[in-house]
Design a protein around this ligand. Structure first.
Ligand SMILES: Nc1nc2c(ncn2[C@@H]2O[C@H](COP(=O)(O)OP(=O)(O)OP(=O)(O)O)[C@@H](O)[C@H]2O)c(=O)[nH]1
Ligand SMILES: [Mg+2]
Length: 213
């Protein structure tokens, strides 16, 4: 549905996508986000509640507005979780390659949460092994990561929020894949949103015939 993209329209982007970060506390979700948006910050405090950042990027000739949501891996607030997942186009499942438990928890906790709350059946997932700069402390092999991703039909990448290795690539791979899915393009398209808004306005102020004669 690239044809419906309003290039040159009044918006300065073609598609608006919601992306989520999920995974255990301390795996580096907030660091990854900061590294992508601006720069790595050493020893961030644990996230409290929910936060989001917006970034515009150019991918495959499309101007994308990404709203990237980040939440605490530790405290989970039941009512917040469902709204966190609602309408997400892409999900980044993060583990720490030096902490095996964070990898097994992806399967036991996070994948189940995604399955339960995600509302876009075709949303794209990417499995990300973070902290590869600590190679000598590695506890999960690259092959294990790849195998899990294949089993769950996810994309896969290893990265370091600290050195910024593969950080941009992670968002590029994810968004390129999202751009291949017509249903995600429909819900992320500025054109579709404009149409829905117009429809709502027409419903609120229906034409009584006077204005169109
Ligand atoms: N060496 C190294 N340290 C990292 C990397 N990414 C994050 N860290 C460190 O890991 C710790 C936890 O990072 P956060 O980004 O706060 O982790 P989080 O997943 O957001 O944690 P919660 O908010 O509690 O869910 C911090 O001390 C970071 O500096 C990385 O790629 N390499
Ligand atoms: Mg955090």
């Amino acid at each position: 549905m690239k044809g419906s993209s309003p290039k040159g329209g009044s918006h300065n982007y073609d598609y608006s996508f919601k992306i989520l970060l999920t995974g255990d506390s301390g795996v580096g979700k907030s660091s990854l986000l900061l590294s992508f948006i601006s720069t790595f910050v050493q020893d961030l405090p644990p996230t409290v509640g929910v936060d989001f950042k917006v970034k515009q990027i150019l991918v495959g000739g499309n101007r994308l507005k990404l709203t990237i949501w980040d939440t605490a891996g530790q405290e989970r607030f039941g009512t917040v979780i469902s709204s966190y997942y609602r309408g997400a186009h892409g999900i980044i499942l993060v583990y720490d390659v030096t902490q095996r438990e964070t990898f097994t928890n992806l399967l036991n906790i996070w994948a189940k949460e995604v399955e339960t709350y995600s509302t876009n059946p075709e949303c794209i997932k990417i499995l990300v092994g973070n902290k590869v700069d600590r190679e000598n402390e590695r506890a999960v092999t690259r092959e294990e990561g790849m195998a899990l991703a294949q089993e769950h039909k996810c994309l896969f990448l290893e990265c370091s929020a600290k050195t910024r290795e593969n950080v941009q690539q992670c968002f590029k791979d994810l968004t390129l894949k999202m751009l291949e899915v017509p249903s995600l393009l429909d819900s992320g398209s500025v054109e579709v949103k404009r149409h829905i808004l117009k429809q709502k306005q027409e419903d609120r102020f229906p034409c009584n015939g006077d204005c169109c004669s």
